[in-house]
Design a protein around this ligand. Structure first.
Ligand SMILES: Cc1ncc(COP(=O)(O)O)c(C=O)c1O
Length: 377
C-alpha cells in the first residue's frame, strides 16, 4: 500500500541534520522547531494561524473547543470517516449529529445535512464538521451557503487533505478552523504522531495555544481546563523539512491517479457510477476542487472477494472504512441503527483503496490493474 522508504532515502541527510539541531538546542517540546514549522505551514496554506499539536485527534478537539463548541450543542458530521471525526465532538462535550454521504465523493452530503437541520426536536446545532475524505474537499460552496443561512460554524476535518483546494483556496483555510493529522501515512507526515490546527481567527488561535498546554497563558496559572496536546520538537523539525517537498509529492500523486484512470479505462473496466455493476467505479475530481489524492479508492460490487484475490497475489489494498461510525459499539449511545445511513453503509461494503504514494511505479500500477482485470474477467 505504501513504501515510506522511497520517500525517506533521498531526504535522509536533511532529516538527520534537522533532528540533530533539536538535540543540540534541547527544545524537545514545542520550541523553535515547532514555531518554525507553524510559520511555514501557515504561509503554505495561506492562513493566518497554524498551531502545532500532538495528533490529528487533538487538533480536531482543539479546533472545536477553541471555537466555543461544547455541552448542549450539536455538531453535524459524517458517519463515513475515521472514528476521531465523531469522538472529538464527544470529547469537546458536544453531541454528534450524523447525516449521510454523497455516493460519488463519499463526502458529507449538504442536502442530507439540510434535511437533518430541519428535523424537529433535535439538539440545537452550532457547527458542521465536514471531512475532506481521501483528500478531496467536501462541497464547500454548499456548506458555506448553509452555514451563512443558519448562523453555523464550519470546522474542517482536513486530516487527509494537505494540499487539497476548493476554488483555489487551500483546505485548512476554508472554514472557521481546521484540523490536520501528520500520522505517518498522511501526504505530509511526521515520524510519529502530530497534528495542526489552522484558522484565520486570532481569538480561536490564541485559545488553541492555551488549551494545548493545560489552559495556561502564564506559567502555572491555569485559566481553564485544557490538556497536554503539544507537538514535539523532533516532529516539528521533520515536518519543516518535508513541507518543502509535499507539493511535489502531491503532484506525483496526481500522476499516479491519472495513470490508474488510464489503465482501468484501457482495460475496459471503468464504470460511470456512482454504484458499481460488473466493473469498477473510479474516483473522480469534482469541478472546482483540487484532489490531494491521499487515497485512490475504487468502488466494486464483490469487494471482499476481490481483496482476498489481490492479497493472494501480493497486491496491497485497504478498506477505509469497513464499519460506518453509527454502527460502532463505542457510539451506540448516539441512538442510531443499521439502515439509518444507507449511502455510508453501502460505501462501507464497496470501497477499496489501492496502493497510492508519490513514488509508486508504472509497472507496479500495471500489476495492480492487471490483477483486478483478471479477477473481474
Ligand atoms: C479523517 C480523519 N480524521 C481524524 C484523524 C485523526 O488523526 P490522528 O491519527 O493524527 O489522531 C484521521 C487520521 O487517522 C483521519 O483520517
Amino acid at each position: 500500500m505504501l513504501d515510506l522508504g522511497r520517500q525517506y532515502r533521498p531526504i535522509r541527510g536533511e532529516l538527520l541534520a534537522a533532528l540533530e539541531q533539536v538535540l543540540d538546542n534541547r527544545q524537545f517540546v514545542l520550541g523553535a522547531a515547532v514555531a518554525a514549522f507553524e510559520n511555514a505551514a501557515a504561509e503554505q496554506l495561506g492562513v493566518a494561524h497554524a498551531i502545532g499539536c500532538a495528533s490529528g485527534t487533538d487538533a480536531l478537539w482543539l479546533a472545536l473547543a477553541s471555537a466555543g463548541i461544547g455541552r448542549g450543542m450539536g455538531v453535524v458530521t459524517t458517519p463515513f470517516s475515521f472514528f476521531a471525526s465523531v469522538s472529538a465532538i464527544l470529547r469537546a462535550g458536544a453531541t454528534p449529529v450524523l447525516a449521510d454521504i454523497e455516493p460519488a465523493t463519499f463526502n458529507l452530503d449538504p442536502a442530507t445535512v439540510e434535511f437533518v437541520l430541519d428535523k424537529p426536536g433535535r439538539i440545537p446545532v452550532r457547527a458542521i464538521l465536514p471531512v475532506h475524505l481521501y483528500g478531496q474537499c467536501a462541497d464547500w460552496d454548499a456548506f458555506t451557503r448553509l452555514a451563512r443561512e443558519r448562523g453555523l460554524m464550519l470546522i474542517e476535518d482536513a486530516a487527509q487533505a494537505w494540499g487539497a483546494e476548493w476554488n483555489g483556496v487551500h483546505a485548512g483555510a476554508l472554514g472557521d478552523a481546521a484540523a490536520f493529522s501528520f500520522y505517518p501515512t498522511k501526504n505530509l507526515s511526521a515520524a510519529g504522531d502530530a497534528g495542526l490546527v489552522t484558522t484565520n481567527d486570532s481569538a480561536v488561535a490564541e485559545r488553541v495555544r492555551t488549551l494545548r498546554q493545560h489552559g495556561m497563558r502564564r506559567r502555572y496559572h491555569h485559566d481553564e481546563l485544557g490538556w497536554n496536546a503539544r507537538m514535539d520538537g523532533f516532529q516539528g523539525a521533520i515536518l519543516s523539512v518535508k513541507l518543502k517537498y509535499v507539493e511535489g509529492w502531491n503532484q506525483a500523486r496526481r500522476a499516479v491517479a491519472a495513470r490508474y484512470d488510464a489503465l482501468f479505462r484501457a482495460a475496459g473496466l471503468a464504470e460511470s457510477g456512482p454504484y458499481p455493476d460488473r466493473g469498477v467505479v473510479l474516483p473522480r475530481e469534482v469541478s472546482g476542487s483540487r484532489h490531494a489524492w491521499h487515497q485512490y479508492v475504487i468502488r466494486t460490487a464483490r469487494r471482499d472477494v476481490l481483496r482476498e484475490f489481490l492479497n493472494a497475489r501480493g497486491v496491497g489494498s485497504e478498506i477505509y472504512y469497513p464499519i460506518p461510525l453509527h454502527m460502532q459499539e463505542a457510539l451506540r449511545s448516539l441512538g442510531y441503527r443499521e439502515g439509518d445511513f444507507p449511502e455510508a453503509e453501502r460505501a462501507a461494503r464497496e470501497v477499496l483503496a489501492l496502493p497510492m504514494f508519490p513514488e509508486l511505479r508504472d509497472d507496479e500500477q500495471r500489476r495492480v490493474v492487471a490483477a483486478i482485470a483478471e479477477f473481474l474477467s
